[in-house]
Ligand binder design. Structure first.
Ligand code: ADP
Ligand code: MG
Length: 371
């Protein structure tokens, strides 16, 4: 670089676009952020509607709290959130959202509008339109019930290269987004999920739905079918983490010399030849109900199955339940990576517990044979 160039600030709208493209990286990010907002709003029904597999539109409708009029102006402004007020709150976070970046990013990258209505205002809902800066452009009255619908049209219209990539890879992206929505639908008990898609020409089709079930097993039956569910065994492992050396933050292993319990709850393929093979190769991981990719956990579980000559890639639905101080969800702008404290010890422990489960219970005998 020439020595005489001047270092100067990028204008704020360019900064907004650059950062937005890191929060909303693909179709999955849109679905993830909107569904998480609906769950945070206390919804018991969530409907995700795609038009042309999301290339034309993605709409998420919920029956949650709705948004009150005093928040319309700030709704899509960057770092405006109703969920986190100080950095310290991050350690005890109970909500999916906390940074106030999703709606702001979507306003920068797509056409964003929202129809919302609180209990008090029903049946008079408001339709809100936003500028690319996130500023409220206009409101109008429409009829509606308590809840919120977010409309995202023309995704990545502001980033032509990313838009072309999305169009080119739409088949793969579509598979990924359906898997991700399966993952939310399976873990959320008490929420009715419906996901539908309408091709450019043709009728709307329901891809899958759940019924607001009380258990995750019922959700799995709705999403993957009863045959899959019957080939699974319940998982409930308690991993005892020993104190680790070094300075411990409050609540971490090691600060009081006591062990910490991490529970792994869920459902996995029966580790027998025939039964397990009937399950689809689905591996769904969560941390305290938050869907995430945990490749190291998948590797350990797959290895244990392999040692039993069982399916190479068993069906896994595993929720790692642990103290909120033991992980960090704020690792990447798209919040997909979760950093777990002392993951090595957790993995060793998981391997041993899983082997013990397979050894002590006769889980290898198919259900049919025991009845
Ligand atoms: P975050 O979820 O991190 O707070 P978002 O940009 O996703 O940031 O949302 C900004 C705010 O808009 C939220 O804090 C919430 O108050 C409100 N909001 C967004 N979606 C909904 C929804 N579906 N129902 C009710 N409120 C919502
Ligand atoms: Mg959010």
């Amino acid at each position: 670089m020439a020595a005489n160039v001047t270092i100067k600030a990028i204008d704020s709208s360019t900064v907004h676009q650059i950062q937005s493209g890191q929060v909303i990286v693909d179709l999955c990010s849109v679905a993830k952020e909107l569904v998480e907002n609906s769950i945070d709003a206390g919804a018991t029904t969530i409907e995700v509607r795609f038009k042309n597999q999301g290339l034309d539109a993605i709409e998420v409708q919920d029956n949650g709290s709705g948004i009150s009029p005093q928040n319309y102006e700030s709704l899509a402004l960057k770092h405006y959130t109703s969920k986190l007020s100080s950095y310290d709150d991050l350690g005890t976070l109970q909500t999916f959202g906390f940074r106030g970046e999703a709606l702001s990013s979507l306003s920068a990258l797509a056409r964003l509008s929202v129809v919302t209505c609180t209990q008090q205002e029903a049946p008079r809902a408001k339709r809100l339109e936003f500028e690319t800066s996130g500023k409220l452009k206009g409101t109008s009255v429409v009829s509606g019930q308590k809840g919120t619908t977010v409309f995202v049209e023309d995704l990545f219209r502001a980033l032509p290269v990313r838009r072309r990539e999305l169009e080119r890879n739409i088949k793969r992206e579509w598979g990924k987004v359906i898997s991700l929505l399966n993952q939310y639908a399976c873990v959320q008990t008490g929420i009715k999920f419906t996901v539908s898609q309408q091709p450019t020409k043709g009728k709307r089709m329901v891809m899958f739905s759940t019924k607001g079930n009380p258990t995750t097993r019922d959700n799995i039956i709705n999403v993957f079918g009863v045959k899959t569910a019957n080939a699974l065994i319940p998982l409930d492992l308690r991993l005892e983490l020993k104190p680790t050396a070094g300075p411990g933050k409050k609540g971490m292993t090691g600060d009081d010399g006591n062990t910490t319990e991490v529970r792994v709850m869920g459902h996995v393929s029966r580790p027998s030849h025939g039964e397990g093979r009937q399950t689809p190769d689905r591996q769904m991981f969560y941390v305290n109900g938050r869907p995430c990719g945990l490749p190291q956990f998948a590797k350990v579980i797959n290895e244990v199955y392999r040692s039993y000559n069982a399916p190479q890639t068993p069906f896994i639905f595993a929720d790692i339940q642990l103290d909120t101080h033991l992980y960090d969800v704020n690792v990447s702008p798209d919040k997909r990576t979760i950093l777990l404290h002392d993951q090595g010890q957790m993995l060793d422990n998981l391997r041993e517990s899983l082997v013990e489960l397979f050894e002590t219970q006769d889980v290898t005998i198919p259900v049919a044979a025991t009845q």
